[in-house]
Design a protein. Structure first.
Length: 203
């Protein structure tokens, strides 16, 4: 029984050693594959990294605040348009009741039609204005977030030496990735620290 235990311990030690060897040899293989030769023959390091954009959006506080700001705006728009639509529907029922009761002349009926058409036009215009306003706000927020990421990566990469840093989303173009090159968590931590510092400065 003691021999079996010793044998299992030895096998476990060998397995761990093999895993360490495979991990570090794989990492070294990646580094070698990313070595580039200049036309003059000098070898340079061509390092790349990537970040998971979905994970960044879920965990970057500025992005979550931007989503909340956009949602608040959308809710306000829906509330206003629903209120406007309810007033129009109420006016429509009022005019229909008056017409059905026979208390409306032809001139009044024509005026009612024009009023309802005008109300519908105003509603559609307001709906279009809000739609454009929401799209502009969304574009503004996305532009600000993109600038945050770009500015952070410029500073982050000053002592990292990456030639390219790619954004990654599951199912888009990249079908294999090595976690050795994943800088998502570092980015989230750094971006959140900068964002919280900016918020304190504004307050």
């Amino acid at each position: 029984m003691k021999h079996i235990s010793t044998l299992l311990s030895a096998l476990a030690l060998i397995a761990v050693s093999v895993l360490f060897y495979l991990h570090f040899s794989h990492t070294e293989q990646i580094k070698k594959q990313l070595a580039v030769t200049r036309p003059g023959g000098d070898s340079i390091n061509f390092r790349v990294a990537y970040f998971d954009i979905d994970s960044l959006q879920r965990n970057y506080n500025s992005f979550k605040d931007a989503e909340e700001r956009l949602k608040t705006k959308e809710d306000a728009v829906k509330k206003e348009l629903n209120s406007m639509n309810n007033r129009n529907q109420s006016r429509l029922r009022e005019l229909q009741t008056k017409e059905q009761g026979g208390g409306m002349s032809q001139a009044e009926a024509d005026a009612a039609q024009r009023e309802l058409a005008q109300r519908q036009t105003e509603f559609q215009q307001r709906e279009l204005e809000h739609d454009q306003s929401l799209k502009m706000l969304q574009m503004q927020l996305m532009s600000e977030l993109q600038k945050d990421v770009e500015d952070f990566l410029k500073k982050y990469n000053q002592n990292k030496g990456y030639a390219y840093i790619f954004s990654y989303r599951p199912g888009e173009f990249i079908y294999y990735k090595d976690t050795v090159l994943d800088i998502t968590n570092e980015m989230i931590k750094g971006l959140n620290a900068e964002y919280e510092a900016r918020k304190k400065t504004k307050n």
